[in-house]
Design a protein around this ligand. Structure first.
Ligand code: 5GP
Length: 106
């Protein structure tokens, strides 16, 4: 079964899409924990950081470059937090990796 983020990527369910490129999509979090709360999501459905493979290196690097770009585009590059939650005991809810970008500086 597809993850909720794959459904968003495939436009099966709506989301506020901030940016998209070939391998990555960026959406606004539905329950923001800061003034700016984005999710940087690879289109490849990798359940958790523990499932990363060597072949995912470039994709993970790309996620951080997208984070840098959207932070600059939204004028929050002077202060923001990036985080991955990994597994349920650290509150991962959606098992399709995503990098949270949070900022309150705006
Ligand atoms: P996790 O806890 O897995 O690291 O984070 C999952 C995040 O996805 C949560 O912050 C949650 O609010 C967000 N989220 C869950 N379902 C949806 C959804 O359908 N749309 C959007 N835009 N965000 C979602």
């Amino acid at each position: 079964m597809s993850s909720i983020f794959t459904k968003i990527i495939n436009r099966e369910i709506p989301a506020d899409i901030v940016y998209e490129q070939e391998n990555i999509i960026v959406i606004k979090d539905i329950a923001p924990q800061a003034k700016i709360h984005l999710l940087i999501i690879p289109k490849k459905e990798i359940p958790t950081i523990n499932d990363l493979e060597e072949t995912d290196r470039d994709l993970i690097a790309e996620m951080f470059f997208v984070a840098k770009k959207v932070a600059k585009d939204l004028w929050v590059d002077e202060g923001y937090k990036l985080k991955f939650n990994v597994w349920e005991k650290w509150w991962q809810e959606v098992f399709h990796i995503h990098l949270h970008l949070l900022s309150d500086i705006k």
